[in-house]
Design a binder for this molecule. Structure first.
Ligand code: SF4
Ligand code: SF4
Length: 87
């Protein structure tokens, strides 16, 4: 799992080995901060990743985590895990 990608109060972590590259998270993020990556994981899927320049715009709304069919996204607010553990 990747380390938190910015120092704001809300952020997401995408588990690279769970992600299957469907990019549903890209389409639902209201802030447009998730994009297809330029690389694949070990299974050959094109990952989703947070756009570094926009990472601080994450509101912690959890839309990305809720739509992810593979529970690959964890959302953190003030260092508390909201999902997928909270689902
Ligand atoms: S919704 Fe989940 S599986 Fe699909 S690209 Fe995003 S993180 Fe990966
Ligand atoms: S928690 Fe909301 S704002 Fe943050 S990346 Fe996910 S969908 Fe976007």
């Amino acid at each position: 799992m990747e380390a938190p990608q910015h120092s704001g109060s809300s952020y997401i972590v995408i588990d690279a080995e769970r992600c299957k590259g469907c990019h549903l998270c890209v389409s639902v993020c209201p802030k447009g901060i998730i994009a297809p990556a330029s690389y694949t994981n070990q299974k050959g899927y094109i990952l989703a990743e947070v756009i570094a320049a926009k990472a601080q715009e994450c509101t912690g709304c959890t839309a990305c985590a809720l739509i992810c069919p593979d529970a690959a996204i964890s959302v953190y607010r003030h260092s508390r895990v909201l999902s997928p553990a909270a689902r």
